[in-house]
Design a binder for this molecule. Structure first.
Ligand SMILES: *Cc1c(COP(=O)(O)O)cnc(C)c1O
Length: 423
């Protein structure tokens, strides 16, 4: 599929009069249409809820848009819980799917009434010791080990993942929690990441539904919800076919009716914790070409770097690039598109075919709406950029300002040195 940016050169020239590059910009219209499609795809299930994975795009303005479609939040840390709570999201709409969890974070999650999804058998006791009781509703994260395959193709390797309870531990855990007064149980699993196939959720659901029936039969536990978690992906590459969420929702409904309904479990709620699928395509990192370098290769130097979008440097991930204003020109020049970190892996693209680029051109880096800004860091003392929202009416709203040197030095504020900086 041809990838088109949701901004044009003219729009960016206008926006940069107020907000200099680099920045992340999000497309409200796209976010809304996608969230609505997800909601409709699972409307067959009473009690369905998407708990948006906050780590993907931890911005309250973005999360507020998703709230219009019934989304709650999925958190894995104190600050993600704090953000959700400060937004006024009720506890029932906050999922706490953490791992290696500090006691203080369990305590805070319990205090705000979030649903706790335990990552390990030993956390049952740890949670009870921490808060003095077990909540009436608890969930466990499942990891069957081995490989996760669809038909004959291996999608991921849960056997090598640090997360979750083994099958045996699920049964032992449910018995133990039941004996300690837990009344409503949840099952959660995240077995493959960024899947670009409509079969991932249905295949996962079948496995979890079969487990749920056995758990109910053997332990007598009331299974209240099954959480399919994240992992529905997006096509980063133009040659990939995007997932069709309607087909995915239908696929899950089919196995639900095959397995859960006949077992008398037609009241089980389906939950999801999507991050990437909700936001990645609806965010661009917009950056300006500030240098051209002709040495052993042709380099374009831009004013963003891996601090703004780490995935290419960290995973060698492909992110599509549009040179704004040159959408229809032939891609007949080969470039490495680099940032300014003192790290040779600070490249947004390697050997990428693009139109002939000039200094001053603006480029949009695609699929930067999830795991983009949020993965950023401050290496080389680089500052994090602003986040903007392109609203449905075409106006642009600043939804997080860019960092300033004062932010960078703020944690020295108790020292004499800080005063010398003159803030
Ligand atoms: C990261 C994560 C998600 C979201 O994953 P995506 O790939 O963004 O859909 C959901 N749940 C948990 C527990 C996660 O760690």
């Amino acid at each position: 599929m041809e990838k088109k940016a949701f901004v044009t050169k003219e729009m960016i020239e206008e926006i940069t009069k107020t907000y200099p590059t680099p920045f992340h910009i999000y497309d409200e219209k796209g976010i809304r249409e996608n969230a609505k499609a997800l909601k409709e795809a699972f409307a067959w299930n009473k009690g369905y809820r998407e708990f948006f994975a906050v780590k993907a795009t931890p911005n309250p303005f973005i999360i507020n848009i998703l709230r219009d479609y019934g989304c709650g939040t999925d958190c894995a840390s104190l600050t993600e819980l704090m953000l959700s709570h400060a937004m006024g999201i009720p506890g029932e709409e906050i999922m706490f799917s953490s791992n290696d969890t500090p006691a203080s974070e369990f305590a805070y999650a319990a205090k705000i009434g979030a649903t706790i999804n335990l990552d390990d058998f030993t956390h049952i006791q740890f949670l009870e010791d921490t808060i003095g009781y077990l909540p009436k509703t608890l969930s466990c994260r499942y990891n069957p080990g081995g490989y996760f395959a669809i038909a004959n193709s291996i999608m991921d390797n849960p056997g090598d993942a640090k997360y979750g309870f083994t099958t045996e531990q699920m049964f032992e855990g449910f018995k133990l929690m039941k004996s300690k007064g837990v009344e409503n149980f949840g099952i959660h699993a995240f077995l493959a990441s960024n899947t670009v196939t409509n079969d991932y959720y249905p295949t996962l659901a079948k496995q979890l539904f079969e487990l749920a029936v056995k758990l109910k039969e053997e332990t007598g536990a009331h299974i209240a919800f099954i959480n399919l978690s994240g992992g529905v992906g997006v096509p980063y590459r133009p040659d990939q076919e995007p997932n069709d969420i309607r087909v995915i929702g239908e696929g899950v409904r089919k196995v639900y009716e095959e397995i859960l309904v006949p077992a008398g479990m037609g009241d089980v709620k389906i939950y999801t914790e999507l991050g990437r699928f909700m936001l990645a395509p609806f965010g661009h990192l917009v950056t300006k070409v500030i240098h051209e370098k002709h040495t052993h290769k042709e380099y374009l130097g831009v004013d963003a770097c891996a601090v703004n979008l780490m995935r290419p440097a960290m995973y060698g991930a492909y992110h599509h690039i549009t040179v704004l204003g040159k959408e229809n020109e032939p891609c007949d020049h080969k470039y490495d598109v680099t940032g300014s970190l003192c790290e040779n892996n600070d490249k947004f693209a390697i050997d990428r075919m693009l139109p002939k680029v000039e200094i001053g051109d603006y480029i949009a880096i695609h699929e930067a709406g999830a795991h983009g800004y949020s993965m950023g860091y401050n290496y080389n003392g680089k500052l994090k950029s602003a986040e903007l929202l392109l609203k449905e009416d075409g106006s642009v709203q600043l939804i997080r300002r860019a960092e300033t040197p004062k932010d960078y030095f703020a944690t020295f504020d108790q020292f004499e040195f800080y005063k010398k900086l003159g803030f």
